[in-house]
Write a protein that binds this ligand. Structure first.
Ligand code: DGL
Length: 263
């Protein structure tokens, strides 16, 4: 491995940019390849088999493009596929999304926390184990975020529909006494502004920064941090290029190129 090989990042769509923005800030010299699998988005309601086969296909592409590490910037793909990816590509290092129940369970004063995630994330072993391990002593109010990923993909994060759905999903958590909300899907941090309108007092936990720090620490341990300047950052979408451009313009920091990709 060479230090200037890129960091590969993928998600069902644009949600993983919430992780990418932290990665970029922490590692300004790194080259990146980001894949938004927007043609297959949302992953949250697809079968695990479908999500796994997309994750394998995208990983093969990122390996072909010389990725030195792969960030599965998607809770759903992590839940469905990360074990398979680690088995199938044993030489590659994968970093996935952790459901951030642990910090919420530690910080809550009311002993009630809310978790917003996709159906497939809640169904996964990882969520169940994390909940059992860290949140046995508290009440966890779960909610599937139906429709939220689509709003983010279409750059409607501040729309009346976003407010309506968030009110519907967050209200029962507040009624139950939740003081923390865990964002269990990488798309949801882009809704933070609307979440704050709906529930200004609720503390929100987004695991994106800790995940980005983990990538930094792994690369540093392996002595693989780029010591030259950044050469390129490329964002690809399997969906409509115009949507990627609109999203990146609105939400993504730094320089990059974009293109459409058939995978
Ligand atoms: N960004 C996703 C996640 O973290 C994917 C959501 C979806 O495609 O349904 O779970």
């Amino acid at each position: 491995m060479r230090k200037n090989q890129p960091i590969g990042v993928f998600d069902s769509g644009f949600g993983g940019f919430s992780v990418y923005n932290h990665l970029r800030q922490l590692m300004p010299n790194e080259n990146f390849i980001y894949i938004a699998d927007s043609s297959w988005c949302p992953y949250g309601e697809r079968s695990y088999e479908e999500v796994r086969s997309r994750a394998v296909r995208i990983t093969e592409y990122l390996i072909q493009r010389n990725a030195k590490i792969i960030v599965v910037a998607c809770n759903t793909a992590t839940a469905a596929a990360i074990e398979l990816l680690r088995r199938k590509f044993p030489k590659m290092t994968f970093v996935g999304m952790e459901p951030a129940i642990k910090p919420a369970a530690k910080l809550t004063n009311t002993n009630v926390v809310g978790v917003l995630a996709t159906q497939n994330t809640f169904n996964g072993q990882l969520y169940k184990e994390t909940k059992k391990k860290y949140a046995g002593h508290i009440r966890v109010v779960v909610q599937i975020g139906f429709g939220l990923v689509e709003l983010v993909e279409n750059n409607q994060t501040r729309s009346p529909e976003a407010i309506r759905l968030l009110e519907k999903y967050i209200q029962p958590m507040r009624e139950a006494g939740a003081d923390y909300l865990v964002l269990g899907c990488t798309h949801y941090p882009f809704l933070l502004h609307s979440i704050k309108i709906v529930a200004p007092q609720l503390n929100v936990i987004d695991p994106a920064l800790p995940v980005a720090k983990r990538v930094l620490s792994l690369l540093s341990q392996k002595d693989l941090l780029n010591d030259g300047l950044m050469d390129y950052t490329a964002f690809y979408t399997t969906g409509a290029l115009g949507k990627l451009n609109d999203f990146a313009r609105a939400f993504v920091t730094g320089n990059y190129i974009t293109d459409a990709l058939q995978l």
